[in-house]
Every structure is written in C-alpha cells, then in structure tokens.
Design a protein around this ligand. Structure first.
Ligand code: SF4
Length: 286
C-alpha cells in the first residue's frame, strides 16, 4: 500500500540529501513500488534475515536508552559495564545516580542517561510492581505502545524496538535509513514526520512482514540509498522509485559541472610565467 500525506499527489523534493531536486522534464515519474514488492526485492538482494535472539524487554529498554545518540559499540560497552557493576537492573533501580553515571560513562551522555535510566526503572516498578515487561505481549499493539510511551524518554522508535525486537510484536521502529528510503519511495509523504511515519508504515506493512521490512530497508539505506549520493543506477527497486530520475539528473549535472571546471583549469594561463614577467627582480640590473 502506498501512503502520502496528500493522497493523489506524490511530490518528491524536500530537504537536501533526502529527496531529489525538482525535475524539469515533463516525463512522468515512476509509480511508487508496492511495499511488499520492495521488501521482496531487497530481501533477495541483501537477505535472508534470520531472526536473532534479543534481550528480554527490560534489558532491551535499558539498552535502547544507552544507544540513543551513541554508536552500537559504545552503547554495548556501556551496557556491559552497567551490568558488571550492578549485577541486575533491580539493583540499578535502587542504585545511586552518580554510580550509574560512572558505570555508563564509556558510552557517552552519561549525565543525561544515568538519571533517565533510574527514573524509568523506578516508574516501571511503580506502575507494574516489577521490572517484568512480558505482560505487554498480551496487550493489543496500540495499548502496549501507549504503555511504553508514558515512560520518560521513551518515544515511538524506542517503544517500537522493545515491542518488535524483544517481544516479537509487529511494531515499527523507524530509524534514519528506513525513514529516508520510505520517503524516496513515496511510501510516506515528504512532510510526514518520523514519529507519524511509525503509524503510517505500520498500517502499510503486513504484520508478518514488519521484521523483514526493518532489515531490508536498513540494509538498502546503508548500502545503496545513501543520504547524499544514492546509487540509483544499481538499485533493485529503482524501476518503482519516483525519486530516481531526479537523483540521476542531479548526478549528471554535477558530473558536467565538474568536467567544465576541469576544462577551465586546463585552459588557464600558468602563473609562474606571468609572475616572472611582473617580478621586478626578473629583469637584469642596468
Ligand atoms: S532509485 Fe533506489 S537508490 Fe535511488 S532514490 Fe530510489 S530507492 Fe533510493
């Protein structure tokens, strides 16, 4: 299913690096590929994507906070260090913020994340009586998301990660790659925010396809549909991408400009001769 913020109009230009420049050609852009076809083609190209064992929900939640604005490597180091120091998340919930901060300092932003982790764990115990979040699996998806979203610092992406990857529920977790590729393929409109994209893509993707969708779109965004110079000529979904022509034209224009600049440089007079003619000491003393 294709969704746009303005049904019937599929505009393809927005911010730099995220959408192609305006087209001058009157040729019609390719119609957007159905999302299940895109998943199939990308899976054939980058997959298969076997499901990996993940953390249980409360550990996933804590890890998700540690990974906000941090690389995977650093967040893994911070998580390991936290667990080594405290032994359990119940102990972290009881722990001193300064001690949590020290334990996670290897991951960065420890001053912000330490009080957040303590607050979230405390709030879960207050609401639920324990840190066991397995009850979320029994809830309808919307309710499970709303339950997690009431926690401090848990937005749609973090809630989606916990529900999808830890609890196996069909929740979307839209990262920068999924968001960019979905916009370029016009699965979401150019003005749809990342938060809103969670709901729209959840409606568009069949529940059993949510996991392969995440994997396929992340791989495609990382390897081919890159932020600045997407490799449209080698794209497996290019035939169904309304943004392709715009990006190819922009790349050709850039290449022509580079050629012209190179040619101008080749024709320019050489500086040393001109400098020698003008330099006072280039003439013999008389
Ligand atoms: S053709 Fe492929 S690489 Fe190019 S913008 Fe579309 S999806 Fe991205």
């Amino acid at each position: 299913m294709t969704t746009t913020d303005k049904p019937g109009r599929q505009r393809t230009s927005t911010k730099a690096g995220q959408a192609p420049p305006r087209r001058r050609s009157r040729k019609k852009a390719a119609p957007s590929i159905p999302v299940h076809d895109a998943i199939k083609l990308m899976t054939a190209e980058y997959g298969p994507f076997p499901e990996e064992p993940r953390l249980d929900p409360i550990h996933e939640l804590t890890f998700t906070i540690l990974s906000q604005h941090t690389s995977d490597t650093n967040s893994e180091r911070a998580f390991r260090s936290l667990m080594q120091r405290f032994g359990s998340l119940d102990a972290v919930a009881e722990g001193d913020v300064a001690e949590i901060e020290e334990a996670i300092s290897v991951g960065g932003l420890a001053k912000v994340k330490a009080p957040r982790i303590k607050e979230v764990l405390g709030k879960i115990i207050e609401l639920n009586g324990s840190l066991d979040l397995s009850f979320l699996r029994e809830m309808p998806l919307a309710e499970a998301k709303a339950w997690l979203r009431q926690l401090p610092g848990i937005g749609p992406k973090s809630a989606g990660i916990i529900l999808s990857f830890s609890l196996g529920m069909p929740a979307m977790a839209i990262d920068t790659h999924i968001y960019r590729v979905s916009q370029r393929l016009a699965l979401i409109g150019p003005k749809v925010t990342a938060d809103k994209a969670h709901d729209l893509l959840e409606e568009a993707v069949e529940p059993e396809q949510v996991y392969p969708f995440h994997q396929a779109f992340i791989n495609h965004g990382r390897l081919v549909c890159k932020a600045l110079r997407p490799r449209c000529q080698e794209c497996v979904v290019g035939h169904g991408c309304p943004s392709k022509d715009g990006f190819i034209k922009a790349a050709e224009k850039e290449a022509r400009a580079a050629e012209r600049a190179k040619a101008r440089k080749g024709k320019a007079p050489t500086r040393p001769r001109k400098a020698a003619a003008q330099a006072p000491h280039a003439y013999p003393e008389v």
